[in-house]
Design a protein around this ligand. Structure first.
Ligand SMILES: [Zn+2]
Length: 115
């Protein structure tokens, strides 16, 4: 397993036998920092990071799909009074939509299409 020093800069490869189930004190050979190391700490940490990242990605995908479908716009009058922080989302999405529209119309101009 790989353990990370408290300083966050150095990682060390150790065998399972070196870190007992109940954990033990270890010392960084580079910066001399000492900390209590429990087995598989890093493994557990990275699993939760992955699932959190996955959920966040899923959340954004759902948000994008809803935006494209115009659902978020339909719910605007409900969201803004009830959840004032959603105003940031609307300002952000408006900006993005504006940029996409400009991009598309520039592309049309470039292709000589009028609409
Ligand atoms: Zn260190």
């Amino acid at each position: 397993m790989i353990i990370t020093c408290k300083c966050g800069k150095y990682e060390f490869e150790v065998t399972k036998n070196e870190i007992p189930k109940e954990g033990r004190d270890v010392q960084c050979g580079v910066c001399n920092e000492t900390w209590f190391q429990t087995p598989y700490e890093r493994k557990a940490k990275s699993t939760s990071t992955i699932s959190f990242g996955f959920l966040r990605t899923l959340f954004y995908i759902v948000l994008i799909v809803l935006t494209v479908a115009g659902v978020m716009d339909m719910l605007k009058d409900y969201f803004i009074p009830n959840f004032p922080e959603t105003i940031n989302y609307y300002l952000f999405s408006q900006n993005i939509i504006e940029q996409i529209k400009n991009g598309i119309s520039n592309l049309f101009i470039l292709l000589g299409i009028r609409y």
